[in-house]
Design a binder for this molecule. Structure first.
Ligand SMILES: Cc1ncc(COP(=O)(O)O)c(C=O)c1O
Length: 436
């Protein structure tokens, strides 16, 4: 299948070093994901509508019987507007995939029914039975469980968990020939530690290992592929969707990777069927143009709240704060306009104190909702140790730096900033009063 099928207009395959050298010579806006999205092909509707049409068909007709065979042999494909069946390619989903590729600055992308299906598909494609993955010890609980329990049981794939901040430890863990993938999150869930993407990519590539980065926490803010990653995965269910109403995911990478993942005999996207529905793809495509605006406001409010909480003497974790250990690293990697991300953590030490505070924040001062997930316009908060990281055992949580009282907050942008701050402040003083 032709590579041009996936190409966003300004994409090119480059090594990390080549890219960083080229980046220095670029006009500042050329490396901005918003500029890349604006350069990507805009699809009009069937009758000239400014929005694309929804191709709500599972299957596609042909005008001559011979065409079917030519499509199955790969001679005619979506690049020439020939479609077979929507588990394979659907025009509406493909258009969203082009947008996601432009967003991440990769040649290609493929949108899936969930973040977990994107992650499991690409892992099962790049790693075979008997192979090894080296992964960060601080990962979303579902990914951690996939690597710890599911993959060893179902496919004989082992994982070595490491502290990715310790480059020597990562280097030592990678066994040349056996380790196929280095896997980590750009900003980790939930502890907000930052991965040194250029260094980790260099280190992995020296040993022929592919780098997969989960960029769910930082779309627009960080562009992992431009920093050296081979594959970027997303839970679109979070910031990219922004509505807390859709579960979706994406794999972003080279056109040849996507083509091989669609192979009729070996491709996990084709054979495991993690397909996105065309109606969902349309909904999501309408939200991509304002993702940048949303990310700026999520990040702005998170920085203001973190700064003020710190002044109140609270144990707040936010990589946008100058005294966060990864602040300088993150500053060197981010696309400046979009800030340091919309998540912050508050360490209340015990689960009991964390629960008390969240109860006041939701049920008394109406600051936000007790719910998992992130990237919504309302603030969402959860105690990670007993929710989204509960798959980790106590020792794993300790290694990952997840304290029992850690509250992860996805800062929303509804209401005014000062209104929300006064709700936060009021909750802290109520909590204080309840202790006296
Ligand atoms: C960092 C990260 N990656 C992946 C996922 C899984 O995504 P989904 O829920 O869309 O399957 C999540 C979900 O919480 C997540 O936080």
């Amino acid at each position: 299948m032709a590579d041009s099928l996936y190409l966003s207009t300004n994409s090119k395959k480059r090594s990390a070093d080549e890219f960083l050298a080229a980046k220095k010579q670029m006009k500042h806006w050329e490396s901005d994901p918003a500029a890349s999205l604006a350069n990507a092909r805009h699809e009009f509707g069937e009758h000239g509508g400014v929005n694309m049409s929804i191709e709500a068909s599972a299957t596609f007709t042909v005008m001559e019987p011979e065409t079917m065979g030519r499509m199955f042999s790969g001679e005619l494909g979506p690049d020439r507007d020939f479609f077979i069946y929507s588990r394979h390619f659907n025009p509406t989903v493909l258009n969203l995939s082009r947008q996601i590729a432009a967003l991440e600055g990769t040649e290609a992308a493929y949108c899936t029914a969930s973040g977990m299906s994107a992650i499991s598909s690409v892992l099962l494609h790049l790693v075979s039975s008997g192979d090894n993955v080296v992964a960060s010890q601080t990962l979303y609980g579902g990914t951690h469980a996939l690597l710890t329990h599911f993959l060893p049981r179902c496919s004989g794939i082992s994982t070595t968990f490491v502290d990715i901040q310790d480059l020597g430890m990562v280097d030592e863990a990678i066994v040349e020939g056996k380790t196929k993938v280095l896997y980590f999150e750009s900003i980790s869930n939930p502890t907000l530690t930052v991965a040194n993407i250029p260094e980790l990519s260099r280190l992995a590539h020296r040993k022929g290992v592919k780098v997969i980065v989960d960029n769910t926490f930082a779309p627009m803010c960080i562009s992992p592929a431009k920093l050296g990653a081979d594959v970027v995965v997303h839970s679109i269910s979070k910031f990219i969707s922004g509505g807390a109403d859709i579960i979706a995911g994406a794999v972003c990478g080279s056109a040849s990777l996507m083509n091989s993942m669609m192979d009729l005999h070996q491709g996990p996207l084709m054979l495991l069927g993690p397909t996105m529905n065309a109606k969902v793809a349309f909904e999501l495509a309408e939200r991509i143009p304002h993702l940048g605006l949303r990310m700026k406001e999520h990040s702005h409010r998170a920085l203001v709240f973190a700064t003020r909480m710190k002044k109140l003497g609270l144990r707040v974790i936010y990589p946008g704060l100058e005294d966060h250990p990864d602040h300088a690293l993150l500053t060197s990697m981010i696309n400046k306009e979009y800030g340091y991300g919309g998540l912050l953590c508050l360490d209340m030490e015990t689960e009991e104190k964390a629960n008390k505070l969240m109860n006041i924040l939701q049920n008394c001062t109406q600051f936000g909702f007790m719910a998992v997930s992130l990237g919504y316009y309302e603030t969402l908060m959860s105690c990670s140790g007993s929710s989204t990281s509960s798959e980790l055992n106590d020792e794993e949580k300790k290694l990952a730096g997840i304290s029992p009282g850690l509250i992860r907050m996805s800062i929303g942008y509804s209401g005014t900033l000062e209104q929300r701050w006064s709700q936060l402040e009021m909750a802290f003083s109520r909590l204080q009063d309840s202790k006296n």
